[in-house]
Design a binder for this molecule. Sequence first.
Ligand code: PMP
Length: 337
Amino acid sequence: MDLSIGQPHFPVPDAIKAAAKAAIDNDKSGYTVTQGIPQLCEKIGTWVTEQYRQPDRDVIITSGTSGGLLLALLFCVDPGDEVIIFDPYFVAYPPLIALCGGVPVIIDTQPDFRIEIDRVKAAITTRTKVVLFNSPANPSGAVASREVVRDLAALCDRHGVLLISDEIYRVFTFDAPPISPAEYNPNTLVVDGFGKAYGFTGWRLGFTHGPRALIEQLAKLQQFTFVCAPSIAQHAGLAAWDCDVSPMVNDYRRKRDRLVNALRGKYEFTAPGGAFYVYAKPPKGSGSDFVARAIERNLFVIPGNIFSQHDTHFRISFAVKDETLERGIEILLGMVE
Ligand code: PMP
């Protein structure tokens, strides 16, 4: 039973597949302009304007969310600069920061994954360049409250620190609409993507929006690195943007509820408000020992020590078919009997 994979289980909606096929048939195979095909920039740009009403915000289409993240860190982080991240964090954050010569400064949010603003304030030094924030979060599924988002945005603004908000799980918020720090701090750089929302992680399509001057710099870096986001994916992205993902989100809310109800009282965890993960603590032993025992029972989950400085948890993905989830639950319950 594979409950390890961080990507949707549903097939790409037909309208998006058709748009990708049409792009191939119509020979949309060349380089695109660096910033992205104008139609897609315009579509996303219109939404960004409606959402944020910030005339200075611009958009760049990237090679996945990772592409936007890499461009942003490459541009902003110089050797020795500090980047604040929150433990548990997305696995790629520390290596990406290190790649740019930066130093990850890790703030622990366990046990409930709530960000304490006073601790962020205390961690800011003269070398702090970036706070890298992710809500809904991988691996915890935690969704930051409006107060935390607002206060973090204001704190970064006061200290002149760039806030990068990784909103790749934006559509997967189950209990309340998503909240972006860009609402409160127009200098926020938002990295976002199509892969999780529409089930095409392998097509490598993302977008980043932020202050125009910063987006211009990212475009320069994209020109000499990725060149452009994949052309076929960009054309498919036009259809994706118009696609209603609420049936998928509702399905994942139901799966979240099923998993949370089944594990309640058996494992320690904070119920996720978004993404498609439960980050749980085994009743005894380390996260990695637990995962080794789970694998013996043919259950694949991910040990928490790849997302954390602690080896205390494991990550379950519920982005799977109901049968797979039920079998996984059975094995998990069998492991605490
Ligand atoms: N940020 C987070 C928090 C993620 O979980 C992931 C993918 N697992 C990414 C970024 C990278 O996404 P993409 O595939 O769009 O590059």
